[in-house]
Design a protein around this ligand. Structure first.
Ligand code: 3H9
Length: 696
């Protein structure tokens, strides 16, 4: 024994090192120290002829301990430990199973032999944390799989399974049955055959597949990948490995690793990694096996697909026969497509499709465990549905509304059983988008909230609990963000200038292109029904104007942009510019050139300001929740960590200063700083460090 996290024993001449550090065997400092001690001891023990490294539990090793990256690395450093492991004179066999990621995969590459069970998932996900494999992966992986493939694996971060790992020569032997027993048998064979250690760094660096392999890797990076410095760092580290002795190349990788570790992008991505593992709200979830969905439109069918894929029995209700048929058809087509694309085998796709059945009346929902209403966004329509659900559904069934802006309490009241009612706000397409806003109504019980959260998790969603208020977290912030881009269009920026500036900042799509995609009439209807919307003739005036001129977006080929039939990207339209100019004149707004910097600053400060108010009001419980909503629901760039993390990066004093600047430049109406921002800025605080309000 060397400590609780690492155990060593001698199995008739084979030294077994067992890493037992739940939940994922991360290579935290005490684990590294114990591992080093273990291998030194086995190296010196003359009775030990070979060494097997095994990870206890579901995972081999999920990598370095990400929690340690906020501080400089503490010895023993992982790359030094792995170099020592590789240098041992006795064969070292990595017994791989399950998740073998990052530093865990690097440990496997530093071992002399690798055997694995079929559940292997081996990869280098460091890039998703804004890092590069910093413990030897950049020098060892190319020696084993070639430069091009190594670059692909490390710049994508996508793990591979046993078949690909065998094909690439990363796994020498596939094990059936118990991983440790199999690895021991493999080790004994090696000893019997007198096989010596086989060191990856002794292999020559392969000749590049093409002289331009590194430039090709750079060109292949997506725009988002290019914004993360680790992408270039990976390519440069492998380039160094191709040009220099491995120890020198490893030193280059170490330097790059440390720079990436300290980068804003990596800190932002690590922040999201932990934020995404949202703790479940208190309360015991009720079991859910059957789900009813009301409304067979795009949203309802998307939710049905997500639920059926997760193994739930689904009853999809639409009182309009044609809409129901279209919804069922959409669902059937989805499952045919996922099979055709190889994401589900034929039997699984057919079984998932068969789990959805259609019904024409709400009476069919009498026995289900949970209902999600996804009908037209109108309070009147939704209240009518909930009145009937309240009467029809069995006592204790959870009743969820998918409203995106409306008052959940007003909807709940219509059911006459508001304790059972919760908001579950999905994002379209519901089977793809990972965000789920879970709205706690005034009377929602903890068990109902916990049930909605648990269901979301089962559907693969990141559930964020939010309070009830117009637009909850996401859409309320969207209105602040959108308000500024609309004002700036009246003040002189063109729709294209707005979108270009925000896309260059990293938004997945510019707001005008998003509006065209969603349909400008959708927001128009919401604003008509929004009783206390800002009393300002400029508020969303450009969007409204376009709808009033019959420009509905992509659906009719004309919105902020003009679309050729079938085209997804539009081109700027002089008619729109003329409409905006005339409207600005009518409203007496002086026009001027507005630069990209101002566009980005006003839109992001509007988001930040509204996010801080949501925290102040307790509609959002944690700054990290706001970040999750915006990164997962609205395409905020992950490498900036979300609007609240971005505010911390800018510094709250700077944020306050700029908000005050716009208060004097544009008037105080939208730019009065939240009281809490003034307090936080005064004491030099960060939003990330503030305790949860717990108010939601
Ligand atoms: C690296 O290796 C760098 C090296 O190249 C060089 C170093 C010099 N560290 O996700 P789950 C926690 S970078 C610390 O809910 P699942 C997680 O926060 C690393 N903690 O479970 C959670 O905690 P809590 C490269 C970690 O079964 C708990 O474990 N590796 C780490 O759905 C359970 O996690 C990666 O990027 C970690 N590395 O999924 C892998 N991993 O219970 C990152 C997990 O308090 N991890 N935790 O909320 C994963 O992808 C998934 O966690 C995994 C399990 C697939 C392993």
């Amino acid at each position: 024994m060397t400590g609780p996290a690492v155990r060593v024993r001698d199995e008739r001449g084979i030294g077994v090192v067992e890493i037992d550090h739940p939940p994922v065997n991360a290579l935290a400092r005490p684990v590294r120290a114990a591992l080093l001690e273990a291998i030194e001891r086995l190296a010196e023990d003359p009775a030990v002829r070979a060494i097997v490294i095994h990870g206890c539990g579901r995972h081999f090793i999920a990598g370095a301990d990400v929690r340690e990256f906020d501080a400089p690395p503490a010895p023993p450093l992982l790359h030094e430990l792995l170099n020592r492991l590789e240098a041992l004179d006795k064969p070292v066999i990595a017994a791989l199973h399950g998740t073998t990621l990052g530093g865990g995969a690097e440990l496997a590459l530093a071992s002399h032999y690798r055997c694995a069970t079929p559940d292997l998932s081996l990869g280098f996900p460091e890039i998703k944390l804004g890092l590069l494999p910093g413990a030897g992966g950049t020098v060892r992986l190319p020696r084993l799989v070639g430069i091009r493939r190594a670059l692909e694996l490390m710049t994508s971060g996508t793990p591979i399974g046993i078949a690909a790992a065998r094909e690439l020569g990363l796994v020498d032997h596939e094990l059936r049955g118990d991983v440790l027993a199999g690895a021991l048998a493999f080790a004994r064979e090696r000893v019997a055959a007198g096989t010596p250690p086989r060191r990856t760094t002794d292999l020559p660096m392969p000749v590049p597949e093409s002289p331009a392999v590194f430039d090709e890797a750079r060109t292949a990076l997506s725009a988002a990948a290019r914004r993360v410095p680790a992408s270039e760092a990976i390519i440069a580290a492998v380039e160094a490995a191709a040009a220099r002795p491995w120890r020198e190349a490893l030193a280059v990788a170490r330097e790059r690793f440390d720079a990436c570790r300290r980068s804003t992008e990596s800190r932002a991505l690590r922040h999201l990694f932990f934020a995404e593992r949202v703790p479940a709200p208190g309360g015991a979830p009720q079991p859910v096996a059957t789900v009813g969905i009301v409304g067979a439109g795009t949203m309802g069918s998307g939710i049905a697909i997500a639920a059926a894929t997760a193994g739930l029995e689904v009853t999809l209700v639409d009182t309009q026969a044609a809409a129901l048929a279209a919804g069922l058809e959409r669902i059937a087509r989805h499952f045919t497509d996922v099979h055709r694309k190889g994401r589900l085998d034929a039997a699984a796709a057919a079984a998932a499709g068969a789990r959805v059945r259609g019904a024409a009346t709400l009476a069919a929902l009498a026995p289900v465990d949970l209902v999600i209403e996804a009908v037209f966004e109108s309070l009147e329509v939704k209240r009518a549905v909930f009145a009937e659900l309240g009467r029809t559904c069995r006592p204790g069934a959870v009743l969820a509304t998918n409203t995106s802006t409306l008052d959940v309490d007003a909807i709940a009241a219509a059911s006459d059983r508001p304790a059972d009612v919760v908001g579950m706000h999905f994002f379209s397409p519901a089977h793809v988008m990972r965000l789920l806003e879970i709205v706690r109504g005034r009377d929602t019980t903890p068990a109902v909230l916990a049930t909605a959260f648990a269901l979301g998790k089962r559907l693969g969603k990141i559930g964020v609990v939010v309070g009830n208020g117009f637009g909850f977290v996401g859409n309320r912030m969207l209105y602040a963000y959108g308000r500024e881009k609309e004002l700036m269009m009246l003040e002189g920026a063109s729709p294209t200038e707005i979108d270009r500036a925000l896309e260059a900042f990293g938004m997945a799509m510019g707001p005008n292109a998003v509006g065209d995609l969603a349909g400008l009439d959708v927001g128009y209807a919401v604003r008509r029904a929004w009783t206390d919307r800002p009393d300002d003739p400029r508020f969303y005036r450009v969007s409204d104007l376009l709808v009033e001129h019959g420009r509905l977006g992509q659906k009719n080929g004309r919105g902020f942009y003009r679309y050729e039939p079938g085209a997804r990207r539009g081109t700027s339209d002089p008619e729109v510019e003329a409409l905006i100019r005339a409207e600005a004149e009518r409203l007496g707004i002086a026009r001027r050139a507005i630069g990209a910097e101002e566009i980005v600053e006003r839109c992001t400060l509007a988001l930040i300001g509204e996010g801080i108010r949501l925290l102040e009001e307790g509609i959002a419980a944690r700054a990290s929740d706001v970040d999750l909503v915006w990164c997962h629901g609205y395409g905020f760039p992950r490498e900036r960590g979300g609007p609240m993390f971005h505010a911390d990066t800018l510094g709250l004093a700077h944020v306050l200063d700029r908000i005050r600047h716009y208060a004097s430049a544009c008037g105080p109406r939208y730019w009065t700083p939240a009281a809490s921002l003034e307090q936080l800025a005064a004491r030099g605080a960060r939003l990330a460090d503030e305790a949860s309000t717990g108010a939601t």
